[in-house]
Write a protein that binds this ligand. Structure first.
Ligand code: SAM
Ligand code: SF4
Length: 331
């Protein structure tokens, strides 16, 4: 069945949902989680596969065709490939993607590709083992690179994106190694500006190494040419001028792309968030478990989406950091 498109109060049609399948994670990245972890949700608080499938079905009927599964670390959720298969089989899901830290990809890449996941983002902040350890608090770079290699054996998983958070005082040393990595391997490396969603609340405007600074540093060594930008794309993509690979920049702090944001998010416990930086959210799990009909859920979703923020104010005076960290939102 088809329902009317899901439109927000500023006229933006929502086409993309990011679903956190767990708040748990096997890493403790400095910019995301505290060293000791966070108080995890009880299993009964987390949406079941059937509940997620019901919400995705309903959203699909409203034109939300792109689904990204994230977390926490999605691959630590038991039987995660089974959920991917359930969602890939839905007629309105046109694009199914996963964002992962890669630690369990060596184990799960084949099952996820077979289940129908079409696109993967693997997060890697350093290509040096000791610096990777310092950032993630896990000595896991070799395991993550093995996971990436396992995934790259599947042509249908390409192009594989590798995401690095860009933090001043850390990432400068990673710029050229990542540029070479993007030229040597079939991966599209993308730098993401550090956002104020860290548990340790160390973020400052100055701690953001901007995409433009990184682009300029790469351009000096390996000339870059900008590729045309697709509508609603978060990344600015550049080709190496000699044709060897490409590199992208996601600049939510220095160049916010709110104007054509077409995304919503659902947290692991089933709260709908209309912006990464939202201070309000809408509980969907309660109504789901109380027996709400699809029409009732649709009304709740439409109401919340209507109030979607025009833009975020991260880094501007008066900005309030949301209580949830990135791992608890689903980045
Ligand atoms: N655990 C998976 C991973 O790391 O890819 C999925 C969840 S993680 C929250 C999703 C993405 O958010 C990762 O690429 C991560 O680097 C990014 N991220 C986390 N905290 C961030 C922050 N404060 N600023 C910018 N990106 C952040
Ligand atoms: Fe875990 Fe991903 Fe957050 Fe790192 S960024 S702590 S891997 S959820």
């Amino acid at each position: 069945m088809t329902r009317a498109p899901l439109i927000d109060g500023h006229g933006r049609a929502i086409g993309d949902v990011r679903i956190s399948v767990t708040d748990r994670c096997n890493f403790r990245c400095q910019y995301c989680m505290p060293a000791e972890g966070l108080p995890w949700l009880e299993r009964s608080e987390v949406l079941t596969f059937e509940e997620i499938t019901r919400l995705v079905t309903l959203l699909g009927q409203m034109g939300v065709h792109d689904v990204r599964l994230t977390g926490g670390e999605p691959l630590v959720r038991r039987a995660f490939p089974r959920l991917a298969g359930m969602l890939a089989a839905l007629p309105d899901v046109k694009d199914l993607a996963v964002t992962t830290n890669g630690f369990l990809l060596e184990r799960d890449a084949a099952a996820l590709v077979a289940a129908g996941v079409q696109r993967f983002n693997v997060s890697i902040d350093s290509l040096q083992q000791d610096r990777f350890y310092a950032m993630t608090r896990r000595d896991a770079l070799p395991q993550v690179l093995r996971g990436l290699e396992a995934l790259s054996a599947f042509p249908q998983a390409h192009p594989i994106k590798v995401n690095a958070v860009a933090i001043r005082g850390f990432t400068e040393e990673e710029i050229l190694p990542f540029a070479r990595f993007a030229r040597e391997y079939p991966y599209e490396v993308r730098f993401i500006e550090f956002m104020p969603l860290d548990a340790d609340r160390t973020w400052t405007r100055e701690s953001v190494l901007t995409g433009e600074e990184i682009r300029a540093a790469i351009h000096e060594h390996f000339p870059l040419e900008e590729a045309p930008r697709a509508p609603s794309a978060t990344a600015r993509v550049f080709h190496f001028a000699d044709g060897r690979g490409q590199i992208g920049f996601i600049n939510p702090v220095s160049e916010p792309f709110c104007g054509d944001c077409n995304r919503i998010r659902i947290t692991a416990e089933g709260s709908l968030r209309t912006c990464l930086f939202s201070l309000n959210e809408t509980d969907l799990r309660g109504p789901l478990r109380a027996g709400a009909s699809d029409d009732e859920l649709e009304r709740l979703i439409r109401d919340a989406v209507w109030r979607k923020e025009l833009k975020h104010h991260a880094g501007q005076p008066g900005f309030i950091q949301p209580p949830r960290t990135m791992s608890a939102i689903g980045g």
